[in-house]
Design a protein around this ligand. Sequence first.
Ligand code: GUN
Length: 172
Amino acid sequence: QLSPAPSQCSLEAFVQHYGDVYEHSPWVAEATWQHGLSESHDAPDALAELMGLMLQQATPEQQIDVIQAHPDLAGKAALAGELTQDSTNEQAGAGLDQCSPEEFARFEQLNAAYKEKFGFPFVIAVKGLDRYDILAAFEERLENGLAQERETAIKQIIRIARFRLRARAGEA
Ligand code: GUN
């Protein structure tokens, strides 16, 4: 169960506590509260599903903005210690802070190629993946088309949010 219980929160309290579940995009939490929360949403997966629905129902422009709000994986902001707490933990959890200079260079190349092709950063839910899995997924997804990649990025972001909510509820 989440604390504070989402269903008991005022709009302000809900946005304060859950506004960062979607990276730099507190409007997702606001839309979720406006939709209406019941006690069933005090369970992390149920809240994750409703928050994800708000993102699925958003306009393509809003979806792109949420994708754009993500930092590069193993990127300069990560090296400079400029990430949000969640992003820092996720990137370190996948061992991205342990990359060799060659691996950082490979990420830099792929981050640039991906942004050049799609116009937004590569986002993947990294939980359970190591840097080799991530590099392999990166190369594979670079072959996709724009519409498919936007859809994949949104699905991955919804997955990231589910892991964040589970972690906050004290679940692995
Ligand atoms: N997957 C999990 N966290 C992140 C992040 O901070 N950035 C990107 N690009 N993908 C992620």
